[in-house]
Design a protein around this ligand. Structure first.
Ligand SMILES: NC(=O)c1ccc[n+]([C@@H]2O[C@H](COP(=O)([O-])OP(=O)(O)OC[C@H]3O[C@@H](n4cnc5c(N)ncnc54)[C@H](O)[C@@H]3O)[C@@H](O)[C@H]2O)c1
Length: 372
């Protein structure tokens, strides 16, 4: 396939994730093996894979070099492939021209965007790369997982000890079932609906894409219905919901704020909001990011769950799911270098969020005109 292309050899670093309660690792040993077999050098930080069940020995067997010190790993690598956006403690390792390929979700944080621009890194974001079908292939498996988890976590939050309204999502014969409202019927929404329906709840998905709603109705069970997200539909459904899941996305932009503080006051006491879209700023006005050790807080008697790295809690599943999709992109990036990679398609090009201290992605320029 690449006969006419100029293949290069790349030095890639895989750091240990440092975001709180993040147990994923970007590359599993078999993906590392694919890169080293193609002539690339892969540095892996000591114990980087442990949270997902991989030992340093597994990486050594795959041809990686284990480095103890993250400072050295960043300094000796041309490209860093990681899972989560750089954390404050990692900022000192960044330097002009260093390429990072990971989840950034820049639209959710002006501070992160500005810091990375100041460092003049080349940022390729997993979440804005799209494929020939206009889907987001690297985000998709994490969204499948977060969608499924959102109902698991939401059901738990409805229990009394979590300050929920003491409702079993599926009810029992003769007793009310839970009402689940899902905002956004994409990958997160579809997977949340499937699990909530399996629990036996009544599920409504609100979206603004008629074709997508048509497709969802044909693949989901009969206790899931779809509705166009109008202001009146949303206001009415919010008052009846026991569990609301925020999953609306406009790629590269801040999530639309669908539930205002005023609307929150109309919700049942002890109902639950799970804001999966919190990584892009969140769908609820009252959301702020939380972590796995303290995932919830309460506003106006409504329990809020807003963990920004939900798949990190099921690291084994998430790391394998991520690698299934990441492998061909990582190999192409290593073989072709950044310019060859971006030239492959418009979808690849859309992964580039910033370079040389300037924003590249149109949606991001529109979100932060002050940073252009
Ligand atoms: N918190 C986490 O750990 C975690 C993990 C994975 C994904 N996510 C996030 O979840 C969000 C959803 O991801 P996804 O993969 O399902 O996206 P997606 O693109 O597959 O789906 C988004 C859906 O939102 C719909 N939408 C857009 N604007 C809307 C509006 N105003 N009202 C109703 N629907 C609207 C779109 O039509 C689309 O169907 C993203 O922000 C993603 O980054 C978070």
């Amino acid at each position: 396939m690449f006969e006419d292309l100029n293949l290069i050899s790349m030095i890639i670093g895989i750091p240990k994730e440092v975001k709180p309660f993040e147990y994923r690792v970007a590359l599993i040993p078999s993906t590392v093996k694919a890169l080293t077999s193609a002539g690339h050098t892969v540095f892996v930080e000591q114990t980087a894979g442990l949270g997902s069940g991989f030992l340093d020995e597994d990486y050594l067997e795959a041809g990686a070099v284990i480095l103890k010190n993250p400072n050295e790993l960043y300094a000796r690598s041309e490209t860093i492939i990681k899972v989560k956006e750089p954390q404050p403690s990692e900022m000192a390792f960044l330097r002009p021209g260093l390429m990072l390929f990971c989840f950034f979700h820049f639209a959710g944080s002006e501070c992160l965007t500005k810091s990375c621009l100041d460092k003049r890194i080349t940022a390729l974001a997993f979440e804005t790369l799209f494929d020939a079908n206009h889907r987001l292939p690297i985000l998709a498996p994490m969204s499948e997982i977060a969608g499924r988890l959102s109902v698991q976590e939401g059901a738990k939050c409805l229990e009394n000890p979590m300050h929920g309204r003491g409702l079993l999502l599926g009810g029992v014969p003769g007793v009310e079932r839970g009402e689940v409202l899902i905002l956004g019927g994409g990958m997160v929404g579809e997977n949340a609906a499937r699990i909530a329906a399996g629990f036996g709840a009544n599920v409504t998905i609100l979206d603004i894409n008629p074709q997508r709603m048509h497709d969802l109705e044909s693949i989901l069970p009969p206790n899931v219905k779809t509705q166009y997200n109008s202001d009146s539909a949303l206001k009415s459904l919010v008052t009846k919901a026991d569990l609301v899941i925020g999953a609306a996305l406009i790629p590269g932009k801040k999530a639309p704020k669908l539930i205002s503080q005023e609307m929150l006051k109309t919700m049942k006491k002890g109902s639950v909001l799970v804001d999966v879209a919190i990584d892009q700023g969140g769908c609820f006005e009252t959301s702020h990011p939380t972590t796995h050790d303290k995932p919830t807080y309460i506003v106006d008697d409504v329990v809020h769950y807003a963990v920004a790295n939900m798949p990190g809690a099921v690291s084994r599943t998430s790391t394998f799911a991520l690698n299934q999709v990441l492998l061909p992109y990582a190999v192409d990036l290593a073989n072709l270098g950044v310019d060859g990679f971006l030239a492959l398609s418009h979808g690849h090009e859309n992964a580039l969020n910033m370079r040389d201290g300037k924003l590249s992605l149109t949606a991001l320029k529109e979100t932060f005109p002050n940073l252009c």
